[in-house]
Design a protein around this ligand. Sequence first.
Ligand SMILES: [Zn+2]
Length: 73
Amino acid sequence: MAFPIKICVVCSEEFELKPDKPGFANRCPECSAEESTGPKTKRHMDADERKSASEANDARRQAMRDLLYRKDS
Ligand SMILES: [Zn+2]
């Protein structure tokens, strides 16, 4: 099955526009992938969010453990 050939607006390479291609319709898969990774600042924020989320999980786990130990004794 043939897909329409498009010219990427970022790198000017030809690419097949597949219906399930993620990202922009006028960007090749490579440039779409670069876009979805995002700038470094955003990735940094995500890492911080993940860190605080894992800290919250640790705190919750610790609280649960305290409750269980209190129950046992
Ligand atoms: Zn491209």
